[in-house]
Design a protein around this ligand. Sequence first.
Ligand code: ZN
Ligand code: CU
Length: 489
Amino acid sequence: MQDKNFDLLIRNATIVDGTSAPRYAGDIGIRGDRIARIGDLAASSGKVEIDLKGRIAAPGFIDAHTHDDRLMLSSPDMAPKVSQGITTVVAGNCGISLAPMPRPIPQPVTPPLNLLDEEGGWFSFPTFASYIAKLREQPAATNCALLVGHTTLRVATLDDLERPASPEQIERMRALVREALQAGAIGVSTGLFYEPAVAAPTEEVIETCRPLKEFHGVYCTHMRDEADRVIDSLEETFRIGREVGVPVVISHLKVVGEANKGRSQEALSLIEKNMANQPICMDCYPYTAGSTILSADRAANSARVIVSWSRALPEYAGQDLDAIAKKMGVGQDEAIRRLSPAGGIYFRLDESDVQRILKHDKVMIGSDGLPHDASPHPRLWGTFPRVLGHYGRLLGLFPLEMAIYKMTGLTAKNFGLKDRGVLKEGAYADLTLFDAETVDSAATYESPIAPARGIDTVIVNGAPVWQGGKSTGARPGRVLAREPQKAGA
Ligand code: ZN
Ligand code: CU
């Protein structure tokens, strides 16, 4: 009798289980935070029941690449994420993490750390353990897996950021990495493309990352160069992974700039070749524009630039840099000077490169959304539904089962998130219920803050967090640990 009753019973689902296996019809019974039964549960009942009438039940999406370190604390309903079906975020990417900051953060906040907090008050966690304790005390709606950022470690340790770290400074950063991993971080990220991390030689990264091996962590990187020297950067990434002895994750894989159009082919074949010798993972976002802090050199290499925020002149957020310069009656560089510190959305990727990378069956989906921008890149609210709708259903880039795998099962496997990312009995009850016929992003460059279309209900650890187009107020999110795969598995 008892096993006929569930806390939550989802009837008449079309189940896409996150492994890339073909969809099938069934009911899903949830007890507590786990999926108790999948099958024909017509004779059972649930305290709460949802009749899906054939619509899709998939594992909750895992956002492989985020900057949600602070969002989880400052807006714990995580609306930009749960509204698109995301139930777990990997935070601390691109070398940028909120913790640890054992000394007062410099003012103004060193870019790109200002992407998390322009004022700096949130960089208030002297240890990684104190940050995790805060997340446990005040949980967010989503789960998270956390990386510690190398740029944060540099700002916390070095007085002269324009130089390589000294052996003593590396030792201090290594101690901070160890503390973070002990506390529950799953890896280290770098943003070698950005100042001030650009001053770090490969050896500094390798030596700082040493503790990763003992803790079975991962190394994630926004590579030094995604343009003309993308191949050198891939080789550097592979070398760091080999020397530290851990898997690497190439963040937002892309080839930047008109001159490098088509080179995604070269990059992907080099990655495939090296995958035979060492574990390599990668993620990407489904757009031809990137977004980061506003700078003259990036703007000069872009077909179009939209200003996403400006501290000096906030009224210009959301407008084209060209139009702003015209209004000011100045050149582009002078306009940037007046707007800064500021953020930009840069159109400088080729659509066929984006599609080739997106389609690759080893590529995970990550939003790289910037949640604190006044007029954010639409990827913040739209990444996952855009992959399912625009690229999956409309352009036919991949079947639904494959699209879901790239945002669930593959990601859970790569980051070692046990019993997540798949719908099976015994797994955690993280689910996204949606309509495959209508799901798509509603966020655009012009109007970037908009919940996705077609997402019905989003469930985290058995609790609905998004339903009927709004947050439920539940905050069941947990800090997830990494369980690395055994060799050969
Ligand atoms: Zn990045
Ligand atoms: Cu990023």
